[in-house]
Design a protein around this ligand. Structure first.
Ligand code: ATR
Length: 275
């Protein structure tokens, strides 16, 4: 049976084994998917051992996405742009590194939530790896403009400069949080790590245009601090990152198996498990 795994540190709470088992059952694909804890200094060795045992591919999670990017022999365009890899595919010609996080985000927003990105004003909060991975897939939807805002404004500016050439004429702006005052957006995406510390980014009020979506890449039981703040600031729609988690998994499954699973029942089961 073909073997796959997710590797991270920590890894015990990963939902990926359950998600991929559900995809495999649904599509009739014979595969086994496990969770591997790699020592912090043992990522490459863990990948090599799994590959030597006949593993076909891996998902990579915190804190190894940059190491996976360095390890891959070839990179997809989106992994190259993201500077990080969350999916490895082992082939006769070496290791392909891909990044399905941004595509998963976009599919969740458009496909699951039914919110268009084309022609919309998008605000992306954060300038770390999570934000970086979202930029190219978001630009691919041809928004009216993409604004990247970060607590440390210079990091947002660096990202905007990096991606300016890929914007295809669409404006990419960058600023600190305070400079957002007086602006409004149709879609606001939280890619900061603030929720991990049970905090919301310190944003000025009035960011949400009529009907706007607030999206947090994080998820948990109940609303995240960012979503609570967004509701108070008048966001019409709120979504957490559980759909993104399932959609990035589906993109990886598609890469490995050539079959796109139906994410809706898997997402519904996970949501019920969180309630
Ligand atoms: P990741 O790979 O998860 O994106 P990262 O590269 O460490 O992690 O980036 C963390 C991001 O969350 C950064 O944009 C960080 O802002 P700074 O660049 O100013 O550090 C942001 N962040 C973390 N805690 C935050 C908080 N409490 N409020 C706002 N932004 C926060």
């Amino acid at each position: 049976m073909d073997r796959y795994a997710v590797v991270g540190h920590p890894i015990a709470h990963s939902k990926s084994p359950a998600i991929h088992a559900a995809f495999a059952a649904q599509t009739g694909q014979a595969l086994r998917y496990e969770a591997l804890l790699a020592p912090l200094d043992g990522f490459a060795a863990t990948v090599a051992a799994f590959r030597a045992e006949g593993g076909r591919g891996m998902n990579v999670t915190v804190p190894f996405k940059l190491e996976a990017h360095a390890l891959a022999d070839r990179l997809s365009a989106r992994a190259e742009a993201a500077g990080a890899v969350n999916t490895l595919a082992f082939g006769a010609d070496g290791i392909l590194g891909d990044n399905t996080d941004g595509a998963g985000l976009v599919r969740d927003i458009i496909g699951n939530l039914g919110v268009a990105l084309n022609g919309r004003r998008i605000l992306l909060l954060g300038a770390g790896g999570a934000a970086r991975g979202a930029i190219l897939p978001l630009l691919g939807e041809r928004p009216a403009a993409l604004t990247i805002a970060n607590r440390t404004a210079s990091r947002a500016e660096e990202l905007a400069n990096t991606f300016a050439a890929l914007g295809g004429g669409m404006p990419i702006r960058a600023c600190g949080f305070a400079e957002l005052a007086g602006q409004s957006f149709d879609v606001v995406i939280n890619a900061t790590a603030a929720s991990l510390a049970d905090q919301a980014p310190d944003l000025p009020p009035g960011l949400y245009a009529g009907g706007a979506l607030a999206y947090d890449m994080m998820y948990g039981r109940g609303d995240t601090p960012f979503l609570r703040a967004a509701r108070a600031d008048g966001a019409a729609r709120l979504a957490d990152g559980l759909g993104m988690l399932v959609e990035q998994a589906a993109e990886s499954f598609l890469l490995w198996r050539g079959v796109r699973p139906d994410t809706a029942p898997v997402l519904a089961d996970l949501r019920a498990g969180l309630a």
